[in-house]
Design a protein around this ligand. Structure first.
Ligand code: AMP
Length: 311
């Protein structure tokens, strides 16, 4: 099995109450690939500018991720995002988004990227997501992420892509904004009625919820006492979720597979927030991931032990 991801490959400037980074490796596709590469072969599709360093490219290529479709544009500038978080990390403000080389990007996928079994359309302009989706005819499972910027500026194209994918992974506030439904379950059901069979609502420090036509499942975030920078947590979650799905797509995606995928996504995202940007996940080991999934299972498990209630 193999996974293709298209999305931003970026330099991020980030300030949290615990420090700041002027220019660190970021981007939705980067965070996704670092997590998904624990499970399967990953092809990253997207442009970078002439300013993009070889050291950063080597990080994108961690665990054998293919970077043949990462196009370095001569004279171009790498996507740049600048954000700042509030005191409890619960809110963040985007101070700048510079599309740079993404403004003129016309994806032309190589054979291995277009033949992938699983496709992840990470957060980027929805028209680009659609162009890549059209080139990936072999995909048996496709998922999509997006954000408020695209809901505000390109809602129609975004809905057009959502109609074509199997799974939508969005922040719960974005799910409500996209559908105009104030209730999370109703919003998820609305998206399911457009075509996808799985909706995942990311809820930041509160975890994530999974909604399909006939089931619901939720996990809290893994409890951490030290959270430094949530940037990329959503994409790292998606990398774990979609990566797990990719390894099981042949056997069919039952409820159990999707629940396990939620656990791996949650565990991987929890590492991401422990340090700035991709710093922690770049050094992460498979044993650490397994251990945290086990801990997550222990803290969320409870036995069936009904007590007689007064009527
Ligand atoms: P997350 O914290 O999961 O929402 O992802 C943050 C990452 O998304 C950062 O590394 C940014 O470079 C990237 N990003 C922020 N805004 C956008 C945007 N409008 N389009 C694509 N990627 C973005």
């Amino acid at each position: 099995m193999s996974i293709t991801v298209v999305g931003s490959i970026a330099y991020d400037r980030v300030k949290t109450p615990f420090g700041e980074r002027e220019r660190m490796l970021g981007g939705a596709a980067t965070h996704f690939a670092l997590a998904a590469s624990f499970f399967d072969e990953v092809n990253v599709v997207g442009p970078v500018g002439e300013d993009f360093g070889d050291a950063e490219l080597a990080v994108v290529a961690t665990r054998g991720t293919h970077i043949g479709d990462v196009e370095r544009v001569p004279g171009g500038k790498t996507f740049f995002w600048h954000g700042e978080y509030g005191w409890d990390l619960g809110s963040r403000e985007t101070l700048a988004t510079e599309l740079g080389v993404f403004a003129d990007f016309q994806p032309k996928l190589s054979e291995p990227s277009s033949q992938a079994d699983v496709l992840f359309l990470a957060n980027i302009q929805p028209d680009l997501q659609r162009e890549v989706h059209e080139q990936c005819q072999a995909a048996r499972f496709s998922a999509l992420d997006s954000m408020n910027l695209w809901i505000d500026t390109a809602r129609e194209s975004l809905v057009g892509v959502i109609e074509r994918v199997d799974c939508v992974i969005l922040n719960d506030a974005e799910l409500r904004q996209l559908t105009g439904k104030p209730n999370l379950l109703t919003a998820a059901r609305e998206v399911l009625s457009w075509g996808p069979s799985v909706v995942v609502a990311k809820q930041g420090e509160y975890g994530a919820a999974l909604v399909t036509a006939d089931s619901f499942f939720a996990l809290p975030a893994y409890p951490l006492e030290t959270v430094i920078d949530p940037t990329g947590a959503g994409d790292t979650f998606a990398g774990g979720f979609v990566g797990y799905v990719a390894r099981h797509v042949e056997q069919g995606l039952g409820d159990q597979v999707l629940r396990q995928a939620m656990a791996y996504g949650t565990a991987l995202a929890s590492f991401n927030v422990e340090e700035f940007g991709a710093e922690r996940v770049t050094r992460l080991t498979a044993d650490e991931v397994h251990e945290r999934v086990g801990e997550l299972r222990r803290i969320t498990h409870f036995e069936e032990a009904p007590v007689e209630l007064t009527t």
